[in-house]
Write a protein that binds this ligand. Structure first.
Ligand code: IPM
Ligand code: MG
Length: 351
């Protein structure tokens, strides 16, 4: 098949890790007889520097015209400590989510036996943990009305959800649960928030239409606690935008595999695939960052195009590289630390 892939490498280590994922995708394309046409576009701080807009219209066009988008990372320290900056790289990401209608962010959390010692939790607690966080991505407090009072002494961010928004993300979460272990945890703060009560109302109705799935409900504070106490009890967890932002970061570190976890943002138009770690500016340009999360994001990308054997080939070669100790310094331990580009070369050669 012929694929058009948009490539938004972004900031920090983005370009280096995306380059490795491309090598691996190219190797898969040769092996399975596909043709991949990549189109690169600007996003994030580098887009602000070059054209003054973190998500330029040309980039949006590229995304709209692609079958899928491979995304690196955005963010630059020069903006992080400057609350007065008028244009921020993060606006590019939020603009992209809104314009592409990426209403669901999917983060599978899995354990890799060779990395369990990296977990901040005891091995017996995390070993075998395997769940998915489904985060609503285009609503809630991120996109509600926000502002400052005239005298600047007050600020507000509104949280709004419509029934339609809740229904479509729950429907997607139920689909995932049906393909997995048939358990769905709906996370909210229905004891305090009106939007959460709407979520729960909709979920309780949809629960009746999904009798094959065991649905349970959890307040977000309790969920934050249970995630580290009993991560193995979760299968699919679904929640609103801000809770999902926080819980998905928590979820991503408990298995010790932060540098290995991919994600997908899906919705109305083209889907976007990216590693869950950020732009890691301290490592930019040093050829030391771990490319595996991006390589596994490419596997998710291929799955989304129904190229299941191709995705499997990527997952298998990644497993092989971990077993063989062909890994970057973040997980090398006492073993040899390979460069980012060396890991990419090894994976491509062994696909
Ligand atoms: C994420 C990030 C973003 C978010 C930031 C960079 C705006 O933390 O993708 O989880 O809060 O959604
Ligand atoms: Mg986040």
């Amino acid at each position: 098949m012929k694929m058009n892939i948009g490539v938004l490498a972004g900031d920090g280590i983005g370009p280096e890790i995306v380059a490795q994922a491309r090598k691996v995708m190219d190797a898969v394309a040769v092996k399975f007889n596909h043709e991949i046409n990549y189109t690169e576009a600007l996003v994030g701080a580098i887009a602000i520097d070059k054209v003054g807009n973190p998500y330029p219209d040309e980039t949006h066009e590229v995304c709209m015209n692609s079958d899928a988008v491979l995304f690196g990372a955005i963010g630059d320290p020069k903006y992080d400590n400057d609350p007065s900056a008028k244009v921020r790289p993060e606006q590019g990401l939020l603009g992209m989510r809104k314009k592409l209608g990426l209403y669901a962010n999917i983060r599978p959390v899995t354990t890799f036996p060779s990395l369990l010692h990296k977990s901040p939790l005891r091995k017996d607690i995390v070993e075998g943990a395997d769940f998915v966080v489904v985060r609503e991505l285009t609503g809630g407090i991120y996109f509600g009305e926000k502002g400052r009072s005239e005298d600047l002494t007050k600020a507000f961010d509104n949280c709004t959800y419509s029934v339609e928004e809740v229904e479509r993300i729950l429907a997607l979460a139920y689909d995932y649960a049906a393909k997995r272990n048939k358990r769905l945890t709906v996370v909210d703060k229905a004891n305090v928030l009106c939007t959460s009560r709407l979520w729960r109302e909709v979920a309780q109705r949809m629960e009746k239409e999904h009798t094959d799935i065991a649905t349970d409900y959890m307040f977000v504070d309790n969920a934050a606690m249970q995630l580290i106490q009993w991560p193995k009890k979760f299968d699919v967890m679904v929640t609103e935008n801000m809770f999902g932002d926080i819980l998905s970061d928590e979820a991503s570190v408990i298995t010790g595999s932060l540098g290995l976890l991919p994600s997908a943002s899906v919705g109305v138009h083209t889907s976007v695939f990216e590693p869950i770690h950020g732009s890691y500016p301290q490592a930019a340009g040093k050829d030391i960052a771990n490319p595996i999360a991006t390589v596994l994001s490419a596997a998710m990308l291929l799955e989304s195009l129904d190229l299941l054997d191709e995705a499997k080939a990527i997952r298998e070669v990644v497993d092989k590289s971990l077993e063989a100790g062909v890994v970057t310094e973040d997980i090398a331990g006492d073993g040899k630390a390979y460069k980012t580009s060396e890991v990419g070369d090894w994976l491509a050669a062994n696909v």
